[in-house]
Design a protein around this ligand. Structure first.
Ligand code: AMP
Ligand code: MG
Length: 521
């Protein structure tokens, strides 16, 4: 029986601590989400809710639908639309901002980490320009599938906490089911956030923003006289590690604009992204990327370009702090600071290569020798990995199955791997080199090496045709079954489970040849 003081009908508690709202007044507009006429939960991430210290039981039902549609904001929420700018496909837009998103607030999770809780698709804001501020169910479920797959693969990413169908259509080429995604992120600070203030020459605000970013992501740098240079170094390192991980699973982000690159090093904004099937460095799937700017093989160079844009925004602060009393000295200081910042950006290729090779070593079943310890061994291992990739490219081998087949080969079963290659001789020659290299890491029994390799070479990735099939069923008949089954298959990507074989198979070649992804608007 319910007691008169029952809290059963109140909104479940979030312990908000909203540093962005508190510390960055003037960097956002306070705004309310649009009302959803008939909200229904389509997805709720119970483990993530628990990680955030939320009441998962209460939020998994109608109260969750009310909260995650924006209809019933929990106490302490301070919804706001953040301002940011960005280079989109190389062209600068001085004002983008949250046009269909709102930061609801921040919580400290069970591990004490600060996490943003944000809506996407929650209606128009002052940054909406011509857009309707809304989102359709399909693209929001895509964020769930790809984000959770990335998380299960061990790749830093924003995550989906919930998706609510609003009960209201959104109009694109046709009427679609409207939805709101609740996204969790280490922060929503983007390269584009800094560009917004740099473009307006608002140096005091830029400094305030940089201090905020340091306090939030790199608090050990606070107070250092060269903290802005050091912040850039940290972001360069995090992005080098992130992009290397993308490359090692065949992930193509598709829209690496500077507003879609985080300071935290988390992957953000799963719009026209895709996983590669047959290995091809030129692979590009996004319908809006006609020049292949964001093709698979361009991602490291684009990341470096974006990071240079971040460093540029901070140059005036670095120069100001380095001083120089008279005009002549100031010129010299400026020149030196620019050189130093350029040098930081130029470390990206080396850092990226080291991260990439570290990951490739694990994929190859090599673990004994650390990166940078023996240059000759580094060069040899990089060549071994590159030659395997070249073989897969030449013979149009599925990237995921190629690497996974190598793990079986380590355990002595070459059948799966051999089945993927038309030219057996080329494969045999490469396998002989690989075996010879593995033998130099004696003391690793074959089966143990295979087990280790299976932890670095996923069996299941979100195959494009499976993702499309799941989204089509949800968007069409409202059937969430295929989405739920795919999501469940993606949770343990490194385990071979024969009952899930259908999710491990590549799409028919004809499907892949025509596959295109569209921006999730
Ligand atoms: P995205 O391509 O999702 O990274 O978004 C780029 C910019 O366009 C951001 O400023 C978004 O807020 C804005 N935007 C995207 N879709 C919409 C929409 N349906 N309504 C309003 N703004 C949008
Ligand atoms: Mg974006």
């Amino acid at each position: 029986m319910l007691s008169p003081t029952s809290t059963a009908t109140t909104t479940p508690a979030f312990r908000f601590d909203n540093s962005y709202a508190r510390d960055l007044d003037g960097f956002y507009v306070r705004w309310k989400p649009a009302h959803a006429p008939a909200p229904q939960l389509a997805f709720f991430n119970r483990p993530l809710a628990e990680e955030l210290g939320l009441d998962a039981d209460a939020l998994s039902g109608p109260e969750g639908a009310a909260v995650f549609s924006g209809n019933a904001l929990p106490e302490g929420a301070e919804p706001l639309a953040q301002a940011y700018a960005g280079h989109q496909f190389g062209g600068f837009s001085p004002q983008l901002g949250d046009g269909r998103a709102l930061l609801v607030g921040e919580v400290l999770d069970r591990a004490g980490r600060r996490r943003d809780i944000a809506f996407k698709g929650s209606g128009r804001t002052p940054f909406s320009r011509g857009g309707d501020g809304k989102a359709a169910l399909g693209p929001m479920l895509r964020e769930v599938l790809i984000g959770e797959a990335m998380h299960a693969l061990g790749i830093p990413t924003t995550r989906a906490l919930a998706v609510v169908e609003t009960g209201e259509p959104v109009y694109r080429e046709t009427a679609l089911r409207g939805a709101v995604l609740t996204r969790v992120a280490s922060s929503h600070l983007r390269v584009g956030t800094f560009q917004f203030y740099a473009a307006r020459r608002e140096l005091a605000k830029l400094r305030q923003l940089a201090e905020y970013a340091i306090a939030r992501h790199d608090p050990d740098l606070a107070g250092s006289p060269t903290r802005y240079q050091a912040l850039v170094e940290r972001v360069v390192q995090r992005q080098a590690a992130l992009i290397a991980q993308w490359m090692n699973v065949g992930f193509i982000h598709g829209v690496m604009n500077t507003d879609n690159m985080t300071l935290s090093g988390e992957t953000i904004d799963y719009g026209p992204c895709a996983f590669m099937e047959a290995f091809d460095p030129k692979a590009v799937f996004s319908s809006i990327d006609s020049n292949g700017r964001y093709a698979y093989g361009n991602q490291p160079a684009i990341a470096q370009w974006n990071l240079a844009r971040l460093a540029e925004t901070l140059l005036p602060l670095m120069i100001e702090d380095a001083g120089g009393d008279d005009a002549e000295a100031a010129d010299e200081v400026a020149e030196r600071i620019v050189q130093e910042a350029t040098a930081v950006i130029e470390t990206f290729p080396r850092l990226f290569q080291a991260e990439l090779l570290g990951g490739q070593r694990l994929k190859l079943g090599l673990a004994g020798i650390g990166v940078d310890k023996d240059p000759a061994e580094d060069a040899g291992d990089a060549a071994l990995a590159n030659d395997f990739l070249a073989l897969m490219h030449a013979q149009s081998v599925d990237f995921t199955l190629g690497w996974r087949g190598l793990a079986d080969a380590a355990a002595g079963d070459e059948a799966a791997l051999r089945g993927l290659f038309a030219d057996q001789d080329a494969l045999s020659a490469w396998l002989a080199r690989w075996r010879e290299r593995c033998e130099r890491e004696h003391a690793v029994p074959a089966e143990q090496r295979a087990v280790r390799m299976r932890r670095a070479n996923p069996w299941i990735i979100p195959r494009n045709h499976r993702v499309e099939e799941a989204l089509a069923a949800a968007s069409g008949q409202g059937d969430l079954g295929p989405f739920e089954r795919l999501l469940s298959a993606l949770q343990n990507p490194f385990e071979t489970r024969p009952e899930l074989a259908a999710y491990a198979e590549p799409a028919p070649a004809a499907v892949t040849a025509c596959y295109q992804t569209f921006c999730g608007t």
